[in-house]
Design a protein around this ligand. Structure first.
Ligand code: ADP
Length: 319
């Protein structure tokens, strides 16, 4: 159905109020003032009443409409600013590792290099490649979310094994940075073992959160845990890092938003990880949020519906 536009609406209101006034204002004044003298006064100011009523109606209609337009304009400006920041960021994110690859590939040509130096340069080239790949994956993932191509694939997942394998994956980078990576998996007493979930999405969300926690923490710890929370399972990634200003706790889940948007920023990243995480969590029917950690740092939480795997009954297994 075609959208009823504002200008059509306001013209219609004007016509209806105007026609109604012309047709019924005499009856209305007679009704309001049975006394002919007062009625004649009302007749004199009838036009003025009409102008006041329509002016008020127009004022409220137009104000509401303009407020909506102004908000949309603000949002468009903010998104424009974020996109420009993102483009500058992406070029920085491509140029830095690219320089690493080119520079160290050039250095590798030197035949006098020791075996140790060669391995070190190769490792830098690999890391640079990984950083570029991460960026490309993030851009691909966000465009798949936008085009509605992301599908959920539920399978039975052992939550202890899942948390353990993720912790193992990040242990080397935590150790390299001197950060204590603590795993506190779902308590056994809650008997949360195998749940139906989209393993790849959970791994992606958790990886993004742990990667950030390690990135924005210089000393201390990163703790990964999960617990049953009513009809949901809650995953938590807490760190003792730089923390997030109170006013940014919600904003950081918007795409391209980074707390430190300055050009020469200390941390790499394109501001897409949390936006992807939020889309995936909401797609799975959960929520994601950040909160300050008591002694500094931040805690990221996300939930997904608690879906235990239907175990086959004893009779079933006999049959
Ligand atoms: P980025 O690639 O910049 O890390 P994200 O979308 O993953 O993008 O995060 C958005 C922003 O949120 C980051 O730029 C950072 O400012 C902030 N942030 C995310 N995680 C943390 C954390 N654990 N501690 C402090 N700040 C964080």
């Amino acid at each position: 159905m075609a959208k009823f536009r504002f200008e059509s609406g306001i013209t219609l209101v004007y016509l209806l109020v105007g026609s109604g006034w012309i047709l019924f204002s005499d009856e209305l004044t007679d009704l309001l003032a049975p006394n002919p003298e007062i009625a004649s006064h009302l007749q004199t100011y009838k036009g003025l009443f009409y102008v006041i009523i329509t002016a008020l109606l127009f004022y409220f209609f137009i104000r509401k409409h303009l407020q909506k337009l102004r908000k949309a304009e603000e949002r468009a400006l903010e998104s424009d600013k974020l996109k420009s920041g993102f483009l500058a960021n992406v070029s920085h994110e491509i140029r830095t590792p690219m320089n690493g690859v080119m520079g160290f590939a050039e250095l590798l040509k030197d035949e006098s290099l020791s075996h140790q130096e060669r391995l070190q340069f190769i490792s830098i080239i690999e890391k640079s490649g990984e950083r570029m790949l991460e960026l490309i994956n993030d851009i691909l993932n966000i465009s798949m979310v936008d085009s509605g191509q992301v599908r959920l694939k539920y399978t039975s997942v052992n939550i202890f094994e899942l948390m353990n394998s993720i912790a193992q994956l990040f242990l080397p980078s935590a150790t390299d940075k001197g950060i204590n990576l603590i795993l506190e998996a779902c308590r056994e007493s809650e008997r949360v073992e195998s749940l139906m979930m989209d393993r790849d999405k959970i791994v992606c969300v958790l990886s993004n959160l742990i990667k950030n926690a390690l990135k924005y923490t210089n000393t201390g710890y990163v703790k990964i845990s999960c617990a049953r929370d009513g009809d949901f399972v809650r995953f938590m990634v807490a760190d003792s890092g730089v923390g997030i200003p109170e006013g940014q706790l919600e904003r950081i889940f918007n795409r391209f938003v980074q707390v430190n948007m300055s050009y020469t920023k200390t941390y790499d990243g394109a501001g897409l990880g949390l936006a992807i995480a939020k889309s995936y969590v909401e797609m799975m029917g959960g929520k994601i949020w950040a909160q300050p950690n008591e002694n500094g740092g931040s805690i990221f939480n996300f939930t997904i519906p608690f879906k235990p795997v239907n175990r086959p009954k004893k009779n079933d297994s006999k049959s």
